[in-house]
Design a protein around this ligand. Structure first.
Ligand code: NI
Length: 179
């Protein structure tokens, strides 16, 4: 299912799928070959991430159910240091930490502290098809867990208390009605 499949998505702002859209709840399909379309999707994601001042973006969030993430933990300020990871998997996770005011482009107006693993070992491939192995801690570990969660249909909202979930649901309903 591809929602944004137009001929030229390079350098164009892709529509960000937001909660409660069910599209966010599916598991992403692994990328079998890195085609020209894959590269175009990546370009569109990169453009959209920077434009939206995001630190990371999963393909699912822009309507592609592909196992693909882009991130740049130097953002929103600082020199760009873009990373692209295809078929990323958490191989190992250790310890625990709490992210501070985690946010998500698919969850407008929501910021919350989330319990996360302190260290993760992630494997995937880069956009040229080379294997990548990332030993991550701190902010990077949190961003990787957040983005890889998206590929499994998980949102950080899922980790919040029932009360916080209900409050957010109400907020979004109200917002949609007010449009
Ligand atoms: Ni997110």
């Amino acid at each position: 299912m591809l929602r944004n499949l137009e001929k030229s998505i390079i350098m164009s702002m892709l529509n960000i799928v937001t909660y409660p859209d069910k599209f966010l709840r599916q598991s992403a399909a692994s990328v079998k070959n890195i085609s020209e379309t894959t590269q175009e999707i990546i370009e569109g994601m990169v453009y959209t991430m920077y434009k939206s001042k995001g630190v990371g973006l999963a393909a699912i969030q822009v309507g592609f159910d592909k196992s693909l993430i882009v991130y740049d933990i130097s953002q929103p300020e600082g020199k760009r240091s873009l990373q692209v990871l295809i078929n990323p998997k958490i191989i190992e996770s250790q310890g625990s930490t709490t992210s501070e005011k985690e946010g998500c482009l698919s969850l407008p107006d929501l910021r919350a502290n989330v319990k996360r693993s302190a260290f993760v070992l992630v494997e995937g491939i880069d956009r040229d098809g080379n294997p990548r192995r990332i030993d991550a801690e701190g902010h990077l570990a949190i961003v990787l867990q957040h983005e890889i969660d998206h590929l499994n249909g998980i949102l950080f909202l899922d980790y919040l208390s029932l009360l916080k979930k209900e409050l957010y649901k109400k907020h979004i309903k109200k917002k949609i009605r007010g449009r």
